[in-house]
Design a protein around this ligand. Structure first.
Ligand code: PEP
Length: 249
């Protein structure tokens, strides 16, 4: 049985005042029936982890460097995230792939570093609108999955987030059939690569304009084990009903 996961990606949003949302979230979900993860900006990880020390809600980073240390100005190593209190890291988000030119090979190396540091790697992949309209979605996400995930990854340290680029922050959401098609495809691909049981144990999140109003129907789709949520994770009053919908799924 895969434990469901509601993950929030705050992106480059939030200064100290935003931490009050974590207090609200923790108070609303003292014993969540699903895993809950919040990934704030790196500057807030330590404070967020302290604020959530008595809560089952966990904290993650939004990226890490592939190296343990070195001359990489501005970067943060996976071990540093872990020391700050993170238990997970998002890798290969489409905004990092676009803004920083991250390739599948780089994402794979970052993912390996995150896993080696004891973090859960949430590896993101998804097609552009051009890819979708040209009928290339499965080819694109299949290649990203193959290239971005290291060979020794396993379910305890790996989560895959399918995030169609055209659905992120746009309010546009694929049809439930489209989400189901990709998630079933990813499940088969993981099982073909890692073996039936190990592949079946890896959690698959959907991400892209998940809101309180559409969460329940998305969570009812086969092989959707939760969500990676951007905008609607910033406020507890928005993220909380998404968590509740996942608990009820
Ligand atoms: C994301 O940041 O990964 C995301 C899915 O954003 P949003 O929920 O705002 O579309």
């Amino acid at each position: 049985m895969r434990r469901k996961l509601a993950a929030g990606n705050w992106k480059m949003n939030g200064t100290g005042a935003q931490l009050a949302e974590l207090d609200r979230l923790a108070a609303a979900h003292p014993e969540p029936g699903v895993d809950v993860l919040i990934c704030p900006p790196a500057t807030l990880i330590h404070r967020a982890a302290s604020a959530l020390a008595q809560s089952p809600v966990s904290v993650g980073g939004q990226d890490c460097h592939a190296a343990m240390s070195g001359a990489h100005t501005g970067d943060v190593a996976a071990q540093m995230l872990a020391e700050a209190g993170a238990t997970a890291a998002i890798l290969g988000h489409s905004e990092r792939r676009a803004d920083h030119g991250e390739t599948d090979a780089q994402v794979r190396d970052k993912t390996a570093a995150a896993i080696a540091a004891g973090l859960v790697a949430v590896v993101c992949l998804g097609e552009s609108l051009d890819d979708r309209e040209a009928g290339r979605t499965l080819d694109v996400v299949g290649a990203q999955l193959d290239g971005s995930v290291p060979d020794d990854a396993s379910a305890d340290r790996l989560v895959i987030a399918y995030e169609p680029i055209w659905a992120i922050g746009t309010g546009k959401v694929p049809t439930l059939e489209q989400i189901g098609e990709v998630h079933d495809f990813l499940r088969d691909r993981l099982s073909a690569r890692f073996g039936r049981e190990p592949g079946t144990a890896i959690r698959l999140l959907y991400g892209g304009s998940v809101k309180p109003g559409n969460a329940a129907e998305i969570f009812a789709v086969n092989n959707v084990d939760g969500a990676l949520v951007g905008g609607a994770s910033l406020k507890a009053e928005d993220f909380s009903p998404i968590i509740a919908a996942l608990e009820a799924a």
